[in-house]
Structures are given as C-alpha cells and as structure tokens.
Design a protein around this ligand. Structure first.
Ligand code: PMV
Length: 334
C-alpha cells in the first residue's frame, strides 16, 4: 500500500496567515511517499529512508510517548520549553500521528505494521515536507485499514501532529497537501483558485538555521500585536488580482512589497536579502516562500518571478534552481 502527498509553495501571506490573514498557496509536484505493509511481530516500525533512521515501538509504548509529547507541548504553551524541545526525534512526529489516529478511530491491531517514509520535498525549507509526510501516512493508513475519513478529519489529525513541530501553525501546510491545487487560505478555510499561468522559479538557498516553529515564535514575540498584518493582507489581495490577470509587472511589484514586509519582521537573513537585491537589479522580484529564518544565512526556498530563469545569480550564490510545477491533486493512494 503506497500513498503520496504533495508539498507546497506559499506565493503570498506566510506568517500573516498565522494571524488570520489570507495566504495564496500552491501545491507543487514534489511528494512525500508512505509505504505500508504488515509484519508479524505486533510492533509498529517506522523507517525514515531520507534520514536513515528507524524506530520500532509497541502500541503501549506509543501511548506513553504521546503522553510525554503532549506534556512537552503544554510546557511550550506555558512558555517553559522552546518548540525545538517538544519533539526530539523526527520519527516521534509519526508515532504521535499513528497512535492518535489508531485510538481516534478505535482500531485494535491484530498484527504489526511497517511504515516506510521517503520524500523528494526538501526538508525544513518552506515546502511543507512534514505536513506532506503526515498526510501520506494518514492516506496510507486509511486505505490499509479500509476506513473512510472526511476531509476535516484528515486535516485535524495532520494539524494536531504538526502543532508539536511548528507550535501554533495556521494549518496551511496540511490543508494544501490534503487537497492540492491553488488556494486562498484563511482561518483554516480555503477558496479554490485557478492555477496561475505565470511561470515562476524556485531557488533552494539551503536549510534554514531556525525551524518554522522557532520563526513563528520569534515573530509572535516581536510582532504578535502589530498592525503590519494589515499591510500583508493588502499585498496578498493585490497579488491575487495580479495573478488572475497574469500581469507579470504587477506580480513583481507585490512580490517586492511582500519581501520588504518579510524583511521587516526579521525572517529574511542578510545573505538572502543580498540575493533578492541582485534579482531585483536584474528586473525580477523575489521573496522567501515559507517561514524563512531568524538566524544564520540560509532561508529555505525563495520564489523568483522574472522574464527568464535566474540561473547566473543563483549560481553566483551557490544556490540550487528547482524545477517545480503546480499540482492539481492532493494526498492520494497510488
Ligand atoms: O512550514 P513552512 O516553512 O512552509 O512555513 C509555514 C508558513 C508559516 O506561515 C510561516 C507558518 C504557518 O503555520 O502558516
């Protein structure tokens, strides 16, 4: 049994979406993949192929782990732990999901399960790789156990797990990975939009030093009550109009505005600002796509709108140009 779930790119509205403002988000053709099979030893094995990590727990051990993780999360909410300290091992996220799902649908396992996970979505780079992996597991498990879940249930299981990693996420990552397409997302609801026709380029600037959870916490501490989120909303609304009209000049104008607001809230490292300035000097526009970083010099994905591929500038900075396209379909069994 194999299931896939796509990653995503935020074209406008990251961070603002945490404060109830809209975001424009596109599922892209990079996927997380979960392969599920049975085993005879009554334990649940996770294999994270890309991390070269394995874990094997009994159901009882997973329930205990879930208790510990929920206590950690409560301590994060109380300000006693940083979000980085809530989950210590990558597979804990999936073990939490597994036991929450199994107990939620009141399943009794009569044999063990092997779950192998891999992905071609760059990890921790603003493309929603953990949400896509969570959704691929959920789709795979639902099919494997022949259950039927409503979209809201998939979303909620994904979001509950994502909270342990991202603190107080907006829900945009699991939503888009579940449904695919291009959406305007706000307050956990989304409106479907036509896929933009304008081409854009994605540049991988390398894994950010800080996690999404840390960025969101840092921004909350400094801008939680700020009026700046209204400015983000204006930019997103204007960007939506420009994308509908396929007006590249207008799109570039609002990408530049968006980038300047993101720099103001402190999630665009100086090195990345220099890269973006070079793109702008060449007539293009660029911004981070995702949480960015509040430390170090890398910021994950940067979206570039320009008349031609920004190959020379990307090479000059030693970054990687990715070839991705919009993906109409969300998580599914293959
Ligand atoms: O997971 P990332 O890096 O794509 O960031 C998600 C977008 C944020 O707005 C920064 C956080 C959120 O929960 O919406």
């Amino acid at each position: 049994m194999k299931a896939l779930a796509p990653g995503k790119v935020i074209l406008s509205g990251e961070h603002a979406v945490v404060y109830g403002k809209p975001a424009l988000v596109m599922a892209v053709d990079r996927f997380a993949e979960a392969t599920i099979s049975s085993n005879s030893d009554s334990r649940v094995h996770f294999e994270l192929v890309d991390f070269d990590e394995n874990s094997s727990l009994t159901i009882q051990a997973m329930r205990e782990l879930k208790g510990r993780l929920m206590r950690n999360y409560q301590m994060f909410l109380n300000g006693e732990l940083s979000i980085r300290e809530v989950i210590k091992k990558p597979f804990h996220l999936f073990e939490f999901l597994f036991i929450t799902f199994i107990d939620g649908v009141q399943l009794k396992l009569d044999r063990g399960v092997d779950i192998q996970l891999k992905s071609n979505i760059p990890v921790g780079s603003g493309m929603g790789s953990s949400a896509a992996t969570l959704l691929s597991v959920l789709k795979g498990l639902t099919e494997y156990f022949k259950l039927e879940l409503q979209p809201d249930e998939f979303f909620n299981y994904g979001l509950e797990a994502e909270k342990l990693q991202h603190g107080k996420p907006s829900g945009v990552d699991p939503y888009v990975s579940l449904h695919g397409g291009f959406v305007r997302f706000q307050n956990k609801k989304a409106e479907n939009l036509n896929m933009p026709e304008l081409p854009f380029y994605l540049v991988n600037t390398g894994s950010p030093t800080s996690t999404t959870g840390e960025c969101v916490s840092h921004v909350a501490d400094h801008f939680g009550d700020s009026k700046i989120w209204d400015d983000f909303e204006v930019v997103t609304n204007e960007m939506q109009k420009a994308l509908i009209k396929s007006d590249l000049n207008e799109v570039k104008r609002w990408i530049r505005e968006n980038n300047s607001l993101l720099a103001t809230i402190g999630v665009v490292p100086m090195h990345i600002q220099h890269f973006i300035q070079d793109i702008e000097k060449n007539g293009g526009a660029a911004k981070i796509a995702g949480a960015g970083s509040v430390r170090g010099s890398n910021a994950g994905m940067v979206t570039v709108f320009s008349d031609h591929a920004p190959t020379a500038i990307t090479n000059k900075f030693g970054f990687e140009l990715l070839n991705v396209h919009g993906e109409a379909h969300g998580a599914r069994v293959v």
